[in-house]
Ligand binder design. Structure first.
Ligand SMILES: [Mg+2]
Length: 110
């Protein structure tokens, strides 16, 4: 599935105040929450399973990653951004860093 198609499909299922009106607050908070849910499951893998991610936890994390994607789609939409363009720009940025041997280190503009 292409990112643009995913972004459009995600917004068909979006229900929140100010949807499609530039309300970036709601999806930004949701994105943080869903990211936290992933971290929580990984934390429990450390606490309960010696750091191993079992099949059940892996399936649960995959669902949470989907939730993260949904909120990325909603946030991108509310900010007027295209996920295809975001994905392409990100890969281009990382490829340039790799070519310049600057994948490691700090700073957004390496
Ligand atoms: Mg979730």
């Amino acid at each position: 599935m292409e990112f643009k198609a995913y972004q459009q499909g995600a917004m068909k299922t979006a229900v929140y105040p100010g949807k499609g009106e530039g309300n970036w607050t709601y999806p930004a908070l949701g994105l943080a929450g869903e990211t936290g849910e992933i971290c929580e499951k990984l934390k429990k893998a450390i606490r309960d399973d010696g750091g191993k991610v079992n099949e059940a936890r892996l399936a649960a994390i995959a669902k949470e990653l989907g939730d993260v994607m949904w909120y990325i789609a909603a946030l991108s939409t509310e900010l007027g951004l295209d996920m295809d363009a975001i994905a392409s720009a990100n890969l281009e940025k990382l490829a340039a860093r790799q070519q310049n041997n600057r994948l490691h280190g700090d700073g957004d503009n390496r």
